[in-house]
Design a protein around this ligand. Structure first.
Ligand code: AMP
Length: 229
C-alpha cells in the first residue's frame, strides 16, 4: 500500500484536548481519527472476556499491553488507510516506546510514503485535571462525542444531556474520577520523555503546540505548524 498522506501522532496527557482537536480536524479537514481509548471502550461495551480485562486496566489508570494495542491499531490502519485519504490522527497512540517502534516499522513496511508528524500538546496538569472534571462523553460507543461544562466552552452539553450528534445520553467516563485521573497522569508522565527521545533519535521533528489555549486558537496554531492552508 503506497500512501502520501500525513499520519499525525498526538502526544499529550489526558485532558490536553487531543480528542477535541481531532474532532476539528475530522470536521474541517476531512481527516480520519483513531482514538485508542475509544476503541478500547468499544471493546469493553461488547462484553467479552477480553473487554472485562481491559475495563479493569482502564479503571486502574494503567496501560493495556503493547501487543494488544499494536495489533488493534494495525488492523484499523489496514482497514482505514486508503487512496485519497487526506490525513490520519492517532490520538493517544503510541504511548510507549514499544508502541512507537511497532508503529514506525508498520508505517515503513505497509504505509510507504506516509509522513509521520509528532504533535506534542503542552499543558499543565492542573489545567488537564480541571478539564477532565468538567468533561462529559456520549455513552454511545460508536459516537463517544466529548462535551465540556467549563465556562466559555464551545462544546457545552445540551440541557437535556443528550448528545447533539447522535441523541444518546451523555455522562461521565468512569476513569475520569479524580483518584484515577491522578494515576493516568503519572502513567503518562512516566513514558513521555522516553517516547519523545525515541522520536528525536530517529530524526522526527516534534511539533509543540500550546494546548492551554481555547480550541479554535489551538486549531489555528495546529494548521500553521503543520503547514495546512
Ligand atoms: P484515553 O481515552 O486516551 O484517555 O485512554 C483511556 C485509557 O485507555 C488509558 O488510560 C489506558 O488505560 C487505555 N489506553 C488508551 N490508549 C492506550 C495505548 N495506546 N496504550 C495502552 N493503553 C491505552
Amino acid at each position: 500500500m503506497s500512501q502520501d498522506h500525513t499520519v499525525a501522532l498526538f502526544v499529550g496527557p489526558p485532558g490536553a484536548g487531543k480528542g477535541s482537536l481531532s474532532g476539528f480536524c475530522r470536521r474541517s479537514l476531512g481527516w480520519e481519527q483513531l482514538s485508542t481509548g475509544d476503541l478500547l471502550r468499544k471493546c469493553i461495551s461488547e462484553g467479552s472476556e477480553l473487554g472485562k480485562q481491559i475495563d479493569f486496566i482502564i479503571k486502574s489508570g494503567k496501560l493495556v499491553s503493547d501487543e494488544l494495542i499494536n495489533s488493534m491499531v494495525e488492523q484499523w490502519l489496514i482497514e482505514s488507510c486508503g487512496q485519497g485519504m487526506r490525513g490520519v490522527i492517532l490520538d493517544g497512540y503510541p504511548r510507549t516506546v514499544a508502541q512507537a517502534k511497532s508503529l514506525c516499522e508498520f508505517v515503513e513496511k505497509s504505509l510507504k510514503g506516509s509522513r509521520l508528524k509528532v504533535v506534542r500538546f503542552l499543558v499543565e496538569d492542573t489545567v488537564a485535571v480541571e478539564r477532565i472534571s468538567a468533561r462529559f462523553v456520549c455513552t454511545n460507543k460508536d459516537c463517544q462525542a466529548v462535551y465540556s461544562g467549563l465556562k466559555n466552552s464551545a462544546m457545552k452539553p445540551r440541557e437535556d444531556m443528550k448528545c447533539a450528534q447522535c441523541g444518546e445520553q451523555i455522562g461521565k467516563r468512569q476513569d475520569d474520577k479524580e483518584s484515577v485521573v491522578k494515576d493516568r497522569l503519572i502513567t503518562y508522565r512516566r513514558h513521555e520523555k522516553d517516547l519523545l527521545d525515541f522520536y528525536r533519535d530517529r530524526g522526527n521533528q516534534i511539533i509543540e503546540c500550546d494546548a492551554a489555549q481555547p480550541l479554535d486558537e489551538l486549531f489555528n496554531e495546529f494548521k500553521t505548524l503543520m503547514n495546512i492552508r
